[in-house]
Design a protein around this ligand. Sequence first.
Ligand code: NAP
Length: 306
Amino acid sequence: MSVIYNRVALIGLGLIAGSMALAMRRRGLAGEVTGYARSAATRETARRIGLVDRVCDSAAEAVQDADLVVLCVPVGAMGAVAADIAPHLKPGATLSDVGSTKRAVIDAVGQHVPDGVHFIPAHPLAGTEHSGPESGFATLFENRWCLIVPEGEVDAGALDRLRALWEGMGAHVDTMEPDHHDLVLAVTSHAPHLIAYTMVGVADDLRRVTDSEVIKYSAAGFRDFTRIAASDPTMWRDVFLSNKEATLEILGRFTEELFALQRAIRIGDGDHLFDYFTRTRAIRRGIIEAGQDTDAPDFGRVKPVE
Ligand code: NAP
């Protein structure tokens, strides 16, 4: 593939930035990739493993002459980082981000964007429970969606170029309106994470009275929750604080459904439970048909070699 941006700057050097850097390198999508992270320790690790072409000691230096700058920091830090780099952005450059919520990022970052810079927010729907500069991998975005979430009119050429970059990294790209994005993600990602955190918290309370049996005999359902609940606390704190309304709306609906199922169990309404589980099973099939997960047994987990 050919170079799409001569210079790309990644601010924040964790899972997402690291995966972008490796994916861009593998496909030759950027002439040079610079990077900056808040702590000297992260910058040092990124240098040691050669994550980007040049690790800089300030965000201002990293964005110098960059054609594309991508904010890859937790959502709550985006506004301050944008204010810091704004005076150093090249006219004509594109400023993007990978934040998991979009309305709050647009409000926090948008006000700092100088005239002549194209602000085009985005959100790759790909991740793992791992974080930090050593957790990235080049194939993270392959066959995953990346939503580009512009507010109002944006330069068509700049948008096409950003789309080409994400497609080059293996993603399918769609555009979406910011508030709609936040509602969709509240259902598909944010509320499920909160439910997983809660379930693991309940199990942890119970563990004290069951003498660690919850962990020892942990079965698939609970194990899957614990993987999600191991996700980065800073990132997820910021997600909930910045997507408050949509998450609360979905959790309200969730609570109503939970009460209905609770009642069905109490009164022995097996038909209600059966019909409900039949409907939800069809949703799982839809996800597999859409190519967003595997039909392999045990969620595709590789069995350890005996
Ligand atoms: P991560 O692995 O924890 O990395 C975050 C990076 O941001 C670290 O390099 C950290 O530097 C840096 N950082 C934090 N605060 C900063 C600040 N104030 N100024 C400069 N750098 C700062 O996080 P991630 O998983 O890559 O997530 C990054 C973004 O992607 C978040 O907005 C998240 O919502 C979004 N996202 C995540 C996922 C996912 O599943 N993980 C998926 C899609 C989108 P230090 O190491 O020096 O603290």
